[in-house]
Design a protein around this ligand. Structure first.
Ligand code: SF4
Length: 254
Protein backbone atom coordinates (compact mmCIF):
# COMPACT_ATOMS: atom_id res chain seq x y z
CA UNK A 1 0.00 0.00 0.00
CA UNK A 2 1.53 3.28 -1.04
CA UNK A 3 -0.81 5.75 0.55
CA UNK A 4 -3.32 5.92 3.32
CA UNK A 5 -5.86 8.36 2.19
CA UNK A 6 -9.65 8.11 2.39
CA UNK A 7 -11.33 6.56 -0.64
CA UNK A 8 -13.16 9.06 -2.72
CA UNK A 9 -15.37 7.22 -5.08
CA UNK A 10 -18.21 9.65 -4.41
CA UNK A 11 -16.72 12.74 -6.02
CA UNK A 12 -19.24 14.96 -7.64
CA UNK A 13 -18.44 15.02 -11.31
CA UNK A 14 -18.26 11.88 -13.39
CA UNK A 15 -18.47 9.23 -10.75
CA UNK A 16 -21.36 7.00 -11.48
CA UNK A 17 -24.75 7.28 -10.01
CA UNK A 18 -25.45 3.74 -11.13
CA UNK A 19 -28.88 2.89 -12.22
CA UNK A 20 -29.44 -0.72 -11.52
CA UNK A 21 -29.92 -2.36 -8.15
CA UNK A 22 -27.40 -4.98 -9.11
CA UNK A 23 -24.76 -2.30 -9.57
CA UNK A 24 -25.57 -0.71 -6.22
CA UNK A 25 -24.88 -3.96 -4.45
CA UNK A 26 -21.22 -3.88 -5.50
CA UNK A 27 -18.98 -1.72 -3.35
CA UNK A 28 -17.33 0.76 -5.68
CA UNK A 29 -13.57 0.91 -5.58
CA UNK A 30 -11.80 4.20 -4.92
CA UNK A 31 -8.83 5.02 -7.14
CA UNK A 32 -6.28 4.36 -4.42
CA UNK A 33 -7.72 0.98 -3.59
CA UNK A 34 -7.94 0.14 -7.26
CA UNK A 35 -4.27 0.97 -7.67
CA UNK A 36 -3.33 -1.22 -4.74
CA UNK A 37 -5.36 -4.14 -6.07
CA UNK A 38 -3.88 -3.90 -9.55
CA UNK A 39 -0.36 -3.46 -8.21
CA UNK A 40 -0.76 -6.46 -5.93
CA UNK A 41 -1.97 -8.52 -8.88
CA UNK A 42 0.50 -7.45 -11.56
CA UNK A 43 3.48 -5.90 -9.76
CA UNK A 44 5.82 -3.32 -11.23
CA UNK A 45 5.42 -2.87 -14.96
CA UNK A 46 8.74 -1.19 -15.80
CA UNK A 47 7.43 1.26 -18.36
CA UNK A 48 8.08 3.17 -20.61
CA UNK A 49 9.89 1.57 -23.53
CA UNK A 50 12.30 4.07 -25.03
CA UNK A 51 15.99 4.67 -24.61
CA UNK A 52 15.91 8.46 -24.39
CA UNK A 53 13.25 11.11 -23.65
CA UNK A 54 13.37 12.08 -27.32
CA UNK A 55 12.70 8.50 -28.35
CA UNK A 56 9.84 8.29 -25.88
CA UNK A 57 8.28 11.41 -27.40
CA UNK A 58 8.64 10.04 -30.91
CA UNK A 59 7.11 6.80 -29.68
CA UNK A 60 4.18 8.69 -28.16
CA UNK A 61 3.36 10.03 -31.63
CA UNK A 62 3.95 6.77 -33.46
CA UNK A 63 1.85 4.71 -31.07
CA UNK A 64 -1.33 6.50 -32.00
CA UNK A 65 -3.79 3.88 -33.28
CA UNK A 66 -1.31 1.05 -33.36
CA UNK A 67 0.32 -1.57 -31.18
CA UNK A 68 3.67 -0.89 -29.54
CA UNK A 69 5.32 -3.73 -31.47
CA UNK A 70 4.72 -1.74 -34.67
CA UNK A 71 6.18 1.37 -33.05
CA UNK A 72 9.32 -0.56 -32.18
CA UNK A 73 9.76 -1.53 -35.82
CA UNK A 74 9.33 2.07 -36.93
CA UNK A 75 11.75 3.38 -34.32
CA UNK A 76 14.32 0.76 -35.29
CA UNK A 77 14.00 1.82 -38.93
CA UNK A 78 14.46 5.47 -38.00
CA UNK A 79 17.50 4.63 -35.91
CA UNK A 80 19.10 2.49 -38.60
CA UNK A 81 18.62 5.31 -41.12
CA UNK A 82 20.19 7.76 -38.67
CA UNK A 83 16.88 9.61 -38.61
CA UNK A 84 16.03 9.26 -34.93
CA UNK A 85 17.01 12.78 -34.02
CA UNK A 86 15.30 16.19 -34.18
CA UNK A 87 17.44 17.46 -37.05
CA UNK A 88 16.50 14.51 -39.25
CA UNK A 89 12.80 14.96 -38.45
CA UNK A 90 13.13 18.55 -39.71
CA UNK A 91 15.24 17.96 -42.79
CA UNK A 92 14.63 14.51 -44.24
CA UNK A 93 12.03 14.47 -47.01
CA UNK A 94 8.57 13.67 -45.68
CA UNK A 95 8.30 10.74 -48.09
CA UNK A 96 11.48 9.25 -46.66
CA UNK A 97 10.24 9.62 -43.08
CA UNK A 98 6.91 8.09 -44.06
CA UNK A 99 8.63 5.09 -45.64
CA UNK A 100 10.74 4.53 -42.55
CA UNK A 101 7.79 4.62 -40.15
CA UNK A 102 5.50 2.62 -42.41
CA UNK A 103 5.13 -0.25 -39.85
CA UNK A 104 3.41 2.14 -37.43
CA UNK A 105 0.49 2.73 -39.81
CA UNK A 106 -0.96 6.11 -40.89
CA UNK A 107 2.62 6.74 -41.90
CA UNK A 108 2.03 9.78 -44.13
CA UNK A 109 0.09 11.58 -41.40
CA UNK A 110 2.56 10.52 -38.73
CA UNK A 111 5.51 11.69 -40.83
CA UNK A 112 3.96 15.17 -40.90
CA UNK A 113 3.45 14.98 -37.13
CA UNK A 114 7.10 14.05 -36.65
CA UNK A 115 8.11 16.95 -38.87
CA UNK A 116 6.02 19.33 -36.70
CA UNK A 117 7.57 17.85 -33.58
CA UNK A 118 11.08 18.30 -34.97
CA UNK A 119 10.31 21.91 -35.87
CA UNK A 120 8.96 22.48 -32.37
CA UNK A 121 12.13 21.16 -30.73
CA UNK A 122 14.23 23.61 -32.72
CA UNK A 123 12.68 26.31 -30.50
CA UNK A 124 14.45 24.64 -27.58
CA UNK A 125 17.72 24.03 -29.47
CA UNK A 126 16.76 20.34 -29.48
CA UNK A 127 17.33 20.29 -25.75
CA UNK A 128 14.59 18.12 -24.24
CA UNK A 129 15.69 18.84 -20.69
CA UNK A 130 15.38 22.53 -21.36
CA UNK A 131 11.95 21.97 -22.86
CA UNK A 132 10.61 20.24 -19.78
CA UNK A 133 12.16 22.77 -17.42
CA UNK A 134 10.92 25.75 -19.39
CA UNK A 135 7.53 26.30 -17.79
CA UNK A 136 4.94 24.87 -15.39
CA UNK A 137 3.33 21.59 -16.34
CA UNK A 138 -0.05 23.05 -17.31
CA UNK A 139 1.52 25.61 -19.64
CA UNK A 140 3.77 23.03 -21.17
CA UNK A 141 0.81 20.73 -21.69
CA UNK A 142 -1.05 23.50 -23.53
CA UNK A 143 2.01 24.10 -25.69
CA UNK A 144 2.25 20.41 -26.60
CA UNK A 145 -1.47 20.24 -27.29
CA UNK A 146 -1.08 23.09 -29.77
CA UNK A 147 1.33 20.95 -31.84
CA UNK A 148 0.08 19.29 -34.99
CA UNK A 149 -0.89 15.70 -34.19
CA UNK A 150 -0.59 15.91 -30.42
CA UNK A 151 -3.78 15.17 -28.52
CA UNK A 152 -4.24 14.82 -24.76
CA UNK A 153 -3.08 11.21 -24.51
CA UNK A 154 0.06 11.91 -26.54
CA UNK A 155 0.82 15.10 -24.61
CA UNK A 156 0.38 13.40 -21.26
CA UNK A 157 2.52 10.44 -22.33
CA UNK A 158 5.26 12.87 -23.30
CA UNK A 159 5.00 14.79 -20.04
CA UNK A 160 4.91 11.71 -17.86
CA UNK A 161 7.26 9.31 -19.57
CA UNK A 162 9.73 11.68 -21.23
CA UNK A 163 9.51 14.65 -18.89
CA UNK A 164 9.01 12.83 -15.60
CA UNK A 165 6.20 15.23 -14.81
CA UNK A 166 3.03 14.17 -12.99
CA UNK A 167 0.49 14.22 -15.79
CA UNK A 168 -1.86 11.25 -15.72
CA UNK A 169 -2.34 9.41 -19.01
CA UNK A 170 -5.82 8.23 -19.89
CA UNK A 171 -6.13 5.67 -22.65
CA UNK A 172 -8.77 3.34 -24.00
CA UNK A 173 -7.85 0.61 -21.51
CA UNK A 174 -8.27 3.01 -18.61
CA UNK A 175 -11.65 4.20 -19.85
CA UNK A 176 -12.90 0.66 -20.39
CA UNK A 177 -11.86 -0.64 -16.98
CA UNK A 178 -13.22 2.41 -15.16
CA UNK A 179 -16.53 2.21 -16.97
CA UNK A 180 -16.96 -1.48 -16.26
CA UNK A 181 -16.10 -0.93 -12.62
CA UNK A 182 -18.67 1.83 -12.41
CA UNK A 183 -16.07 4.40 -11.38
CA UNK A 184 -17.12 6.53 -14.32
CA UNK A 185 -20.50 6.53 -15.93
CA UNK A 186 -20.40 4.99 -19.39
CA UNK A 187 -23.68 6.69 -20.30
CA UNK A 188 -22.45 10.21 -19.60
CA UNK A 189 -19.22 9.67 -21.60
CA UNK A 190 -16.96 11.82 -19.44
CA UNK A 191 -14.28 13.70 -21.34
CA UNK A 192 -10.61 12.83 -21.31
CA UNK A 193 -9.84 15.88 -19.21
CA UNK A 194 -12.60 15.09 -16.69
CA UNK A 195 -11.25 11.59 -16.10
CA UNK A 196 -7.68 12.89 -15.90
CA UNK A 197 -8.83 15.48 -13.34
CA UNK A 198 -10.33 12.70 -11.25
CA UNK A 199 -6.91 11.06 -10.96
CA UNK A 200 -5.19 14.33 -10.24
CA UNK A 201 -7.68 15.11 -7.47
CA UNK A 202 -7.52 11.63 -5.98
CA UNK A 203 -3.84 10.74 -6.09
CA UNK A 204 -0.66 12.36 -4.84
CA UNK A 205 1.21 14.06 -7.69
CA UNK A 206 3.74 11.28 -7.83
CA UNK A 207 5.40 10.52 -11.17
CA UNK A 208 6.22 6.95 -10.24
CA UNK A 209 2.65 6.22 -9.21
CA UNK A 210 1.17 7.86 -12.32
CA UNK A 211 3.61 5.91 -14.43
CA UNK A 212 2.85 2.62 -12.73
CA UNK A 213 -0.91 3.14 -12.59
CA UNK A 214 -1.21 3.75 -16.31
CA UNK A 215 0.93 0.71 -17.05
CA UNK A 216 -1.25 -1.38 -14.73
CA UNK A 217 -4.39 -0.31 -16.60
CA UNK A 218 -2.75 -1.40 -19.83
CA UNK A 219 -1.74 -4.77 -18.37
CA UNK A 220 -5.20 -5.37 -16.94
CA UNK A 221 -7.04 -4.16 -20.04
CA UNK A 222 -4.90 -6.22 -22.40
CA UNK A 223 -4.74 -9.47 -20.47
CA UNK A 224 -7.90 -9.66 -18.39
CA UNK A 225 -10.47 -6.91 -18.93
CA UNK A 226 -10.42 -7.45 -22.66
CA UNK A 227 -12.69 -5.58 -24.99
CA UNK A 228 -14.60 -8.72 -25.87
CA UNK A 229 -14.98 -11.60 -23.49
CA UNK A 230 -13.20 -10.22 -20.43
CA UNK A 231 -11.84 -12.90 -18.13
CA UNK A 232 -14.00 -11.93 -15.16
CA UNK A 233 -13.64 -15.27 -13.41
CA UNK A 234 -9.87 -14.65 -13.22
CA UNK A 235 -10.14 -10.97 -12.32
CA UNK A 236 -8.96 -9.61 -8.99
CA UNK A 237 -11.63 -6.91 -9.18
CA UNK A 238 -14.61 -9.17 -9.74
CA UNK A 239 -16.08 -8.65 -6.26
CA UNK A 240 -16.34 -4.94 -6.91
CA UNK A 241 -17.27 -4.93 -10.57
CA UNK A 242 -20.87 -4.25 -11.53
CA UNK A 243 -20.24 -5.43 -15.10
CA UNK A 244 -18.92 -8.84 -14.10
CA UNK A 245 -22.27 -10.51 -13.56
CA UNK A 246 -23.37 -9.92 -17.13
CA UNK A 247 -20.10 -11.12 -18.61
CA UNK A 248 -20.01 -14.21 -16.38
CA UNK A 249 -23.56 -15.08 -17.40
CA UNK A 250 -22.56 -14.90 -21.06
CA UNK A 251 -19.37 -16.93 -20.63
CA UNK A 252 -19.53 -20.66 -21.35
CA UNK A 253 -19.15 -22.88 -18.30
CA UNK A 254 -15.61 -24.22 -18.00
S1 SF4 B 1 -14.62 -8.31 -13.40
FE1 SF4 B 1 -14.56 -8.48 -15.64
S2 SF4 B 1 -15.42 -6.58 -16.46
FE2 SF4 B 1 -14.90 -6.25 -14.29
S3 SF4 B 1 -12.83 -5.36 -14.31
FE3 SF4 B 1 -12.60 -7.58 -14.06
S4 SF4 B 1 -12.40 -8.39 -16.15
FE4 SF4 B 1 -13.20 -6.29 -16.32
Amino acid sequence: MLWRKPMNSARGWSVTATKSRRRRRKRPLGLLELYDRLFAAYGEQHWWPGETPFEVMVGAILTQNTAWTNVEKAITALREADALNPEALRTRPIDELAALIRPSGYFNAKARKLRAFGDYLAGYDDDIERLFASKPLDELREELLALHGVGPETADSMLLYAGNLPSFVIDAYTMRVLQRLGVIDADSKPSYDAVRAMFHESLPADVQVFNEYHALFVAHGKDVCKSRKPLCSDCVLVENCPAAEGFLREAPTR
